[in-house]
Design a protein around this ligand. Sequence first.
Ligand SMILES: [Zn+2]
Ligand SMILES: [Zn+2]
Length: 308
Amino acid sequence: MTTQGVELAVRCDECGGTAARWVGQFVQGRELWWDSELSCPHCGAGRCEHAGPGPAPEAVREALLTTHGPARLRPAAGAVGAVAALRAFREDPGVSLGRAREVLSEFREFGLTGTAVEMALLQLRLRDHGVPADMAPGPGRAYRYVGPPELWRRGGGPGGQLLRTSAEFAAWMGARTAAELAEPFTFTVGLAGFLRLAPRRSEHVDCAGGALVLSAGEVGFRREGGGWAVEEVSNQSTGYCPDVASWPAVAAALDRIGVHRPGGFTHEVVFRRCPGCGRNNIVREGHFVCVFCDDDLPAYWNVDGGVS
Ligand SMILES: [Zn+2]
Ligand SMILES: [Zn+2]
């Protein structure tokens, strides 16, 4: 895929109506480009806001990732030639050898994650240097923090422990007290598909360091055989309000650390934003009505959207 975009609803500067902003990323030659275009159906305003080479700003990447989800790039079968791969990773100006080595080790061990267009360009560059790589879409859309801003202590970095392998998970669990193990943990799954765990009363946004996630919730474990199994798992996160459809990301993260797990959330939370008053609701017992204003709630997940 060499182009990807998303249409956002925004307020028109000219007339105050709802206008459409198209933001996208694409590959031009061997460069990454991004663009932004505004058009207003009410007053006819229309302009190209940006079109040029370079990495997309965070807001554009966030729009692409929360709509389309991330893509993953992994080495195809066979050994990865280090010299060739480093050349490919250093095609972007200003990438140091040290940084390229970090990217290479991540690529070999876990694969790389980014927008579909970013990964498609890397795949093209790697291929041209004789390093075949496979690209796979992620398990679905990403979620951004939608909770109260005051609950997020910005700049602190992720407070949750990153657990990528069964060895990392076993070591971390081995260091928990009996009291900690008696309660479920706060969890998030990052864009690269790995679990982060933090003590139960931690905010999800702190667990993830404010980053986009593939899912979030609470998870409890029990001992089983020589290892661990999931006792309970939910998408209970009022900070990220992930859809129940985010389960495959949780399942994949748990599989990576070798934990026996159920086939779905043991407790599903249905989050909806009220189209009338704009507040977030938890739908209880299939009653799709806003608890604040009695307006009907939609059948589909809609928490992150609307005019920004
Ligand atoms: Zn307008
Ligand atoms: Zn309402």
